[in-house]
Design a protein around this ligand. Sequence first.
Ligand SMILES: C[S@@+](CC[C@H](N)C(=O)[O-])C[C@H]1O[C@@H](n2cnc3c(N)ncnc32)[C@H](O)[C@@H]1O
Length: 393
Amino acid sequence: MGYGVFNCLYQFRFMSLRKAVKALLEALILSERIKPSQDAKRRAFKKYSLDGGIERFATAVFYSVLRKLGIYDEKIREITGVKNVYLLDETLRNALRLSIELLKFRSLSNKQKKLVRSILAGEIRTRSHPYASMFFWEVWDDIKNIDFTPKNREEELVYRYYVSRFYVRKLVELIGWEEAEAYLKKINEVPPISLRVNTLRATPEEIRKEIVRLEFEVEQSTRVPVVLRVRGSLDLDRFKPFREGKVFVQEEAGAVASLVLDPRPGEVVVDLAAAPGGKTVHLAELMEGKGKIYAVDIDEKRMERLKELVKRAGFRNVEPVVMDGREAPEEIGEGVADRVLLDAPCTSSGTVQRNPELRWRIREESDILEFVELQRELMEAGWRLLKPGGRML
Ligand SMILES: C[S@@+](CC[C@H](N)C(=O)[O-])C[C@H]1O[C@@H](n2cnc3c(N)ncnc32)[C@H](O)[C@@H]1O
């Protein structure tokens, strides 16, 4: 397996290492509850006031663990004999994951290794149970001895690109070994930050200049010119155009959907799986805030994010409706919509580059078939919502 840029720990003092290990453990525990994982990391790192070099190191470690989660859990299953790692205590589980990363993939001195072991054991004792902590001491040497040598071509890809065996098998079956490997390589590259410009408030050129002024590399999409891609760690919370609703985080492929649907000012549009609202605010922008958008989603929490986004964008023509989209024709009415956008729930496999832990949640065929059924039912609801001659994407 490859080594990250921030591989070496020697440069950090013990105090910094202590803070980093505690923050990392907390971030990993939180990331099981808070999505996206970036928010979990931000919250934990803030609590332990990580900054500078140690923050960059800890960030690299955090994402590295998430990327390799399934592989680490397989090893934890072997070490503990517990088939489902989620039956283990959460602090112990995440301490084991973190230990594998630090011991096997980062250069630690013996003194540092001892420190990591005692910090993690202490955390387990405080957060959970002395027995769990004792168990952790017992398996420490097993962690050191974990073997990551691949036994066949499939395993080689699993270890090199951090994906499940199912994922590799499925990819190879669909596109063959070579293309599968090229794809896997790509999803492990750090993606740029993709921003869509709100053309009611700014021009792409204006935003591009501001990004260049902050000394970041930026490139305008040729296929979707309202999209700009920024390299490096632009802090969006401090980026004025972001705070002012002049730009939103959105990929080229996401931005193109609303453009293709092409809603007009004054129309009635139903966004049938709308949260967290990236496409809804784009639709509102293309409609110049005139007409009506029913933004439907079944997930209340995600809908809160949609509401925040709509507020930041300043649109008043969006009506958020928390409900099952399949019931929308009964609630909103049949034959009322000029356009329907159905960004249906799916495996989200297209976003694995950005969400490193997601690859471990894409499972066997049964999950996929369930999505297919739901997607079909949502599409049927979409047709019923449409006026004659209306358009659904
Ligand atoms: C691909 S995401 C939508 C992303 C969104 N269009 C955007 O651009 O930000 C799919 C959404 O479908 C929602 N969903 C799942 N089942 C649903 C259902 N039965 N009715 C409505 N929404 C559903 C999920 O909560 C999720 O927010």
